[in-house]
Design a protein around this ligand. Structure first.
Ligand code: GN1
Ligand code: MG
Length: 360
């Protein structure tokens, strides 16, 4: 197997790579910071793409290229400076491809964004900035000329996620079903309501737009000034309902606990963060959102939390084949923490609805 330094040397780097260190806490890909020797040359981000999940790496990389080129153009039109730090830049391999295949794994390299800071816990002010950034992000991509395809088919399709869940229950691959009838019941009792977006989509009421589809709080980098520097993790940019992007940020950014909190008493919705994010998001997205999308934003928060409950639990029932886990019952603990958050979102539904109203 090639060393990481050998791997990055397959790419069109400027400067001499001297060190490679693991970076970040993503549950899917593995990331490394590559430092170069020369002070005036950039550093790089090396990533091993999880191609068990992103099966079409060619399509994946082309999507990201189109998306980043389009955003770069928008930023330039707005007269922004320092654009290399405000959107990702793919560094091609020496053969011109957008990735390198080592015979077993697919690798890619980005310019490293220096001075960016990611958070797992934020303030209402930071949430407001993040909301503006994701609204802008959707706005920029509204007129992208290239066709952006689903890098993971049916990624945020709730009906499909429930099918996968029911299949996992039927197969019971890890022998875990019998002990968790209560969780199965919690999921099934909400299933009908949670497929509302797909129904509205079929009825032509709810449009699809190009979404980020992984708006976890740690997928935005903040600059020193507390404003958003860059939206990262573009693997899942694809058409979807805006409820996804709104909801996934609330699920991760407005949780008083962590995504996998062992203590359920920590878990709940922080309404000040919800308010900050909603305010920022509506400021930049209101001009293109339909009333039905705005009305359903609080539903989006529940939907994405429910979807994540279903996905973590499905993976648990399948014997932990999808998400990286740090200990044997990790996916169960994640499931319980997400379910607790969902219940708290349900309790606060009217308050969230009132907050959204207050901005209209
Ligand atoms: C994964 O890779 P990461 O951690 O940003 C997942 C998201 C989930 C999230 C749960 C491709 O995102 O959909 O919401 O974990 N990405 C994929 O934390 O499945
Ligand atoms: Mg990520």
């Amino acid at each position: 197997m090639e060393t990481h330094i050998e791997l990055v040397n397959h790419f069109r780097l400027e400067g001499t790579p001297v060190s490679v260190a693991p970076l970040g806490a993503g549950l899917i890909n593995a990331s490394y910071l590559v430092k170069t020797k020369e002070a005036d040359k950039p550093d790089y981000l090396l990533q091993r793409i999880n191609h068990g999940i992103f099966k079409n790496v060619e399509l994946l990389q082309h999507n990201i290229l189109h998306v980043t080129n389009h955003i770069r153009k928008k930023l330039a039109e707005k007269g922004e400076t320092d654009i290399e730090r405000k959107t990702l830049t793919i560094i091609p391999a020496k053969d011109g491809k957008l990735f390198y295949f080592d015979g077993e794994y697919y690798w890619r390299v980005y310019l490293f964004i220096s001075g960016g800071k990611g958070y797992d816990t934020i303030t209402p002010e930071l949430a407001y900035e993040a909301g503006k950034a994701f609204g802008e992000f959707q706005g920029y991509l509204a007129d992208i000329p290239e066709k952006i395809e689903e890098t993971i088919p049916n990624f945020h399709n709730m009906e499909f996620r429930l099918e996968q869940f029911r299949e996992a229950v039927a197969n019971d691959a890890a022998g875990r079903v019998a002990a968790f009838q209560n969780i199965i019941q919690e999921i099934e009792s909400r299933a009908e309501e949670m497929c509302k977006a797909e129904r509205m989509g079929r009825e032509g009421i709810l449009p699809k737009r190009i979404n980020h589809c992984d708006t976890k709080v740690n997928n935005v980098l903040f600059g020193e000034d507390g404003r958003i520097l860059c939206v990262v993790d573009l693997d899942t940019v694809m058409p979807g309902y805006v409820l996804s992007d709104f909801g996934d940020f609330i699920r991760t950014g407005a949780n008083t606990g962590t995504e996998d909190d062992a203590d359920l008493n920590h878990v709940g919705v922080n309404l000040a963060i919800f308010e900050g994010y909603a305010k920022g998001y509506l400021e930049t997205a209101r001009k293109f959102l339909l009333p039905v999308e705005i009305e359903n934003l609080p539903f989006g928060a529940r939907l994405l939390t429910y979807m994540q409950t279903v996905r973590f639990f499905t993976d648990y029932l399948n014997g932990d084949t999808y998400y990286k886990i740090n200990f044997p019952e990790h996916n169960l603990q994640r499931t319980k923490a997400q379910l607790k958050l969902l219940q708290d979102l349900e309790k606060n539904q009217e308050k969230m609805q009132a907050i959204i109203q207050s901005f209209l």
